[in-house]
Write a protein that binds this ligand. Sequence first.
Ligand code: NA7
Length: 543
Amino acid sequence: GEEILPKMLDAVVVGAGFSGLYMLHRLREQGLSVKVVEAGDDVGGTWYWNRYPGARCDIESMQYSYSFSEELQQEWKWPEVFSCQPEILRYINHVADKFDLRKDIQFGTRVTAAIFDETQSCWEMHTSRGDKLVAKFCIMAIGCFSSPRIPQIKGLDRFNGKYYQTSRWPHENICFTGRRVAVIGTGSSGIQLIPVIAEQADHVFVCQRTPNFSIPAHNGPLQPEYEQWWKSNYAEYRRQALETPFAIKVKHETSTSLVAATPEERQAELEKSWQIGGLEFLIYFHDLLFNKESNDIAAEFVRNKIRETVKKSEVADALIPQTYPLGTKRLCVDSNYFQTFNRDNVTLVDLRNGSIDEITPTGIRIKEKIYEVDDIVFATGFDAMTGPLLEIDIRGRSNKSIRDKWAEGPRTYLGLMIADFPNLFIVAGPGSPSVLTNMTVAIEQHVDWITECLKYLSKNHYHTIEPQVEAENNWVLHVNEIANLTLLPLANSWYVGANIVGKPRVFMPYIGGFNLYAKKCQDIVNNDYEGFTCTKALIESYD
Ligand code: NA7
């Protein structure tokens, strides 16, 4: 007989991280029926999964937090300038409780397929638990770094010791005291983890394939005066952040180009920027991501800092990035990373002299040499941005699959929607600037935009919205053209998918700046959703 479908919801939100939680809150405020489906057993997304020692945000917590509730931003106290993962998770849990969000979240459940039903104009979603959900709107709030990758290295299954993955870290406390540990990968995760593990372990072997640029965070306790300064005028400072390309309120005025300066001026400005530290090092000079000459000067300054810090010159040389401009692979922010290589219990294993041939029962073999270890930590990254979406079997009009549509790279309009996939929204999707900005700001902007869009549809009695193919094509072209004005496509980074074998090389995020992006999104709304097509239902069946 006829299959009985579950109750039609207004929206299903996939993911209960920063995006999904705020999306739920906003939609519920509109009186909509919403259910969130979350793979993890609790809220937090990225901050739920990435529990490795040293995990920390590299944007200041006064800014890496929600702005939508004045009460929330006034009441919350961050202990440090840059928060560690447990603190951020504690905050997210507080938000979930304060806004009573948990009651609409189904945990421990993965969405495996999302199929658009053209006759009913609704999304049918299937989960790992075998449930089926039906909703008018589907919102993918699944994050950019939720599809982790472990390299397929021969012999891992025969390894006698334990192995871990930074983004699937166990919940219990892992102690490395007395143990010999190999860490594979020196991206942001590895660079945060290595100094912490080195303090516990008997020995750490750092297996590095590509050296990374990293700038010290200069983290410390959040000073009450600084906190007060933010809180005294929070809304205004947040507003100022919205007007910047990275959605960050910086501490210092942008400096002029390094190119025109004298060597003394350069040194002084670079030193000043180094003292500010973190990602602001990249923002302090306006042209580092555009001008190779300027970038070379800053990169050489950082290389010299590595040479000054690392005592053994051959180790320093191996840690110095030479093959790509500064900031074109995601810039890392650290606490004592390069200093760690001065410890007697840390060995740098340069995989450029030979990659890992095999994992033996007792260690890692590179050519004839075996590094005997008790534990292996994989800090080997993610199939970033597109991976999480492509893991789900998403089908739009005419059963068209997103995997086919994106075979040569992601195609979206504004990073928010996809032609032929009506009523499907993405938060922080490819084609949006999110990963190049303060993610929490981008998330709020996306979620607010989606909320406004649903209000517009309801007000005008529309049942579907989707981008026009031409608008989408123009956006994809624009995202690429802007990227090509910068130095970023030059590096083999996850921005271009270079870390995943066989992934098409396309620069995925929008680098035109958060401020311009947000204005563009608003202009499109003001022009009656320019580039989108809205339709009314053939039959007013399901209200
Ligand atoms: P990343 O930045 O992708 O770093 C992964 C690291 O793992 C990087 O050093 C890779 O080297 C290395 N890697 C990957 N595969 C291998 C193999 N097969 N052998 C050796 N080394 C390997 O991931 P993170 O988790 O550190 O950070 C992700 C983002 O999260 C970060 O950018 C922030 O935005 C937040 P490679 O450079 O590819 O040669």
